[in-house]
Design a protein around this ligand. Structure first.
Ligand SMILES: Cc1cc2nc3c(=O)[nH]c(=O)nc-3n(C[C@H](O)[C@H](O)[C@H](O)COP(=O)(O)O)c2cc1C
Length: 321
């Protein structure tokens, strides 16, 4: 369960920072993993409109955005927090938003579906100095289309007017309470999901496919993760290709070690693809061995057969939950 907070204000410990931190602290109290991403601190080049993302499906600009794409893809909830600057987000936040065009292109040009996109939620936290009726209109529209590109359902706005000097948000009669209440409303249902961990050796093919199918089919009921006893450097490109044939986008996923996954939350159930010994790490979790042959290095048809078998098994699994 991962909540990503995007903090857009260049002012250190400003109003936006206080509001977002309040939301994230409450989410952590409920058991979520969170990340406070201070956008102005990141090196994010504005979109150059080179068209590479639409032609090739990725952004070629080598900067901090390359680490942010996987974060956006991993998040169950994304919070965009920004002050109003000229009726829009700050320039720093806007650079990040424009670079999400790479995710838009994967979705709408390549027609691939991020496995979590049916379930991910996006929230806008915003504040400004003035009190005009239309203060948040520009931001609302930007957030709506930003979240759509990310594959997140826009869950609405918490917006506060007449907030100007540093720390003024703390004196607002309802803002911080509302941020906490919103965190409870968004995070609590997701914490009730059954936590399933799929494991193989390299976390490059089988366990990645299994967790992606579980996320895609039942991400509202299952929190699916995957890991490997000896993780590879990157996921298998043939696996990405056969999952794309099913319309599922495996971009931005990285193999992870079972030890790293163990530092987060304990799984309820573990599914081993038939290799690697991770069970001593989670002695209380129930486990099942699937005994699926490793498709790495074999033909694409073999990869397809393993994909289809995994899909069938996951379908049966999620039907019962
Ligand atoms: C460049 C700039 C543009 C701004 N534009 C607006 C605006 O259009 N409407 C408004 O109500 N406040 C505007 N403000 C005020 C900020 O939104 C306000 O001071 C806010 O509390 C700053 O939040 P922070 O502490 O998180 O940076 C602007 C401030 C700056 C520096």
């Amino acid at each position: 369960m991962f909540v990503l907070g995007l903090q857009g204000s260049p002012r250190k410990k400003g109003n936006t920072s206080v509001l977002l931190s309040t939301f994230l602290t409450q989410a952590e109290k409920l058991g979520a993993n969170t990340d406070y991403l201070d956008v102005p601190e990141k090196n994010i080049t504005p979109c150059m409109e080179c068209g590479t993302c639409e032609r090739e499906g990725f952004c070629p600009i080598e900067d901090d955005m390359q680490d942010i794409y996987p974060q956006l893809r991993r998040a169950d909830i994304i919070v965009m927090a920004t002050p109003v600057f000229f009726y829009g987000p700050t320039a720093q936040m806007k650079a990040l938003i424009d670079r999400s065009q790479a995710l838009w292109a994967r979705r709408y040009v390549r027609k691939l579906m991020d496995p979590l996109s049916k379930w991910r939620k996006g929230l806008l936290l915003a504040l400004g100095a003035t009190k005009g009726q239309n203060l948040f209109e520009g931001l609302n529209l930007t957030a709506k289309y930003f979240f759509d590109a990310l594959g997140a359902e826009f869950d609405g706005l918490l917006g506060y007017r007449k907030i100007e000097g540093p720390g003024e948000i703390k004196k607002h009669p309802t803002a911080l309470t509302e941020a906490k209440e919103k965190a409870v409303a968004m995070v609590s249902p997701l914490m009730k999901r059954k936590r399933m961990l799929f494991v193989c050796t390299e976390n490059a093919c089988r366990s990645q496919m299994a967790s992606a199918f579980a996320q895609h089919l039942a991400g509202d009921r299952i929190e699916a993760e995957s890991a490997g006893s000896a993780p590879a450097q990157k996921v298998n490109p043939v696996m990405m290709e056969v999952m794309a044939e099913k319309g599922i986008d495996m971009a931005y996923r990285k193999p992870e070690s079972t030890k790293d996954v163990a530092t987060r939350r304990k799984p309820d159930q573990i599914f081993s693809m038939g290799c690697g010994d991770i069970f001593p790490l989670f002695p209380d979790a129930s486990n099942e061995v699937w005994n699926l042959e490793n498709p790495a290095g074999k033909s694409i048809d073999f990869m397809r057969r393993i994909r289809d078998e995994i899909e069938e098994r996951v379908k049966k699994l999620v039907d019962g939950i």
